[in-house]
Design a protein around this ligand. Sequence first.
Ligand code: ADE
Length: 243
Amino acid sequence: MSWHASVLTIYPAMFPGPLGHALAGRALERGDWRLDVSDIRSFALDRHRSVDDTPAGGGPGMVMRPDVLAAAIDAAAAAGPDRPRLLMSPRGRPLTQERVRELAAGEGAVLLCGRFEGVDERLIEARGLEEVSIGDYVLSGGEIAAMTVLDAAVRLLPGVMGAADSHVEESFEDGLLEYPQYTRPQVWEGREIPAVLVSGDHGRVAEWRRAERERATRERRPDLWAGRRLSSPSRLDKCDGLK
Ligand code: ADE
């Protein structure tokens, strides 16, 4: 049985969207993963097909109803009850490559796309939803966030990605950003490829790349840089081993 994603949304026509193209799209066609998309509105309980209502205590916007969402989640969960249930939300824990790897190693995921001001908190508790954020900015809904989670997980599934990209995860594993890349032409708009990269000296190339990775991480991601230096001795040993 292939990796199984169930997406719950009020905009089912947004899917597969980008996930129907390129690496994820080809994997979907091959059956390396399966995507079911449910329209939350089809689980509405009234003739107006409403999925939201005004917030208790007042305030702007609308809140997604727990009863309608529970029916949608329970129907999706029936087709794979052991999968984690994710709620895409800017209030969630930030997504990490480590969590993506865990998700890809499992049976799949149920992804609930939030809209409006949020979802009723009781639903999150009662269905054990894991709130996931893809970053510190607010999207107009969880759909693009769900696509992001799926894209990141699907490329890690067995047989989906060739060996070519596999080093990119290692960059997050050892806590350093990637080194800069160059290709032909050797001179472009008066700018040259760094001489060391065309020297043929593999040792010096490796040293230069390592230094560039450290510099980029220090300058752009002081959080990663600090985390790396505070990490466990075994991880530091691994880093030293690369020198
Ligand atoms: N929905 C709106 N903003 C989001 C974010 N940053 N991450 C996940 N889901 C969201």
